[in-house]
Write a protein that binds this ligand. Structure first.
Ligand code: PGA
Length: 254
């Protein structure tokens, strides 16, 4: 594996979550000191949804409550949001983030950005989103999961990838995988607004999480295989500072 990809293998989901939370909290503590001297005293972090980071968010809440890290003082940008979806829909990523992290650590809503799943003009919404990231001084650390099909955010495998935040159709594999959270597969929105590959790759650091046997093959392809738009996560090989925290099951082929 390339040297810019730093791999931590943990015994199971729980220790993966703990290790990822510690790495993230260390970055928040260090960057808070650096950022205090800049025009953006609330450093921006990129957050992900899905089942993988839930344990890490639980750990971060505990760390925040015990005074080990302060998450009320950051700016948060989420990778993506379904489209269309209401911000109060229980399946929206806006609600997911409030329930799994932001409400518990008191990150003020005005500092938590998620693409607007109800935007009348999704193209303008996407352009405005990248602008907001840039105005916030860029993302210090971007948390990522990896889809079974190799997507990051909702950048799905295909002949080409988009650079900036965009309005994308979801791959059937993603609709099927995410149906578990909806009443039926027909209720899964068919589109999303997602940060593009450049938006993700501009983060100073990437923290990629993977858990479970089901991710072993795609994680190996992404980190050790050829760089290809058919595995969007393989582009992470081109980023100069990626930390991967995987449990033994997901890291089995690395
Ligand atoms: P998961 O999703 O964490 O629910 O496996 C990962 C992803 O689709 O990015």
């Amino acid at each position: 594996m390339l040297r810019n990809l730093r791999l931590h293998v943990e015994k199971d989901y729980s220790s993966m979550s703990q290790q990822a939370a510690e790495i993230f909290a260390a970055a928040v503590r260090a960057n808070a000191i650096t950022a205090a001297k800049t025009a953006n005293p609330r450093p921006a972090y990129g957050f992900a949804t899905g089942s993988t980071p839930v344990g890490m968010y639980k750990e971060l809440i505990l760390m925040h409550k015990s005074g080990n890290v302060n998450l009320s003082n950051i700016t948060a940008f989420n990778l993506d949001e379904y489209y269309p979806i209401s911000p109060t829909d229980p399946q929206s990523y806006r609600v997911f983030m409030r329930e799994n992290l932001f409400d518990a650590v008191g990150t003020p809503p005005e500092n938590t950005y998620i693409p607007d799943g109800q935007a009348k003009d999704p193209i303008a919404e996407c352009a405005a989103y990248d602008e907001k990231i840039s105005k916030a001084g860029g993302i210090y650390m971007q948390i990522l999961g990896i889809g079974n099909n190799g997507h990051i955010g909702f950048n799905e495998p295909g002949a080409s990838l988009m650079a900036t935040t965009w309005h994308t159709p979801l791959a059937q594999a993603t609709i099927d995988a995410n149906a578990r959270n909806f009443a039926s597969v027909n209720d899964v929105p068919r589109h999303a607004l997602t940060m593009g590959m450049h938006s993700i790759m501009m983060a100073k650091q990437i923290l990629l999480l993977a858990s479970g046997e089901g991710k072993a093959e795609i994680l190996h392809k992404a980190l050790c295989g050829p760089i290809t738009t058919n595995v969007p996560a393989s582009l992470l090989q081109l980023h100069n500072d990626v930390i991967i925290v995987a449990d033994q099951a997901a890291a089995r082929l690395l």
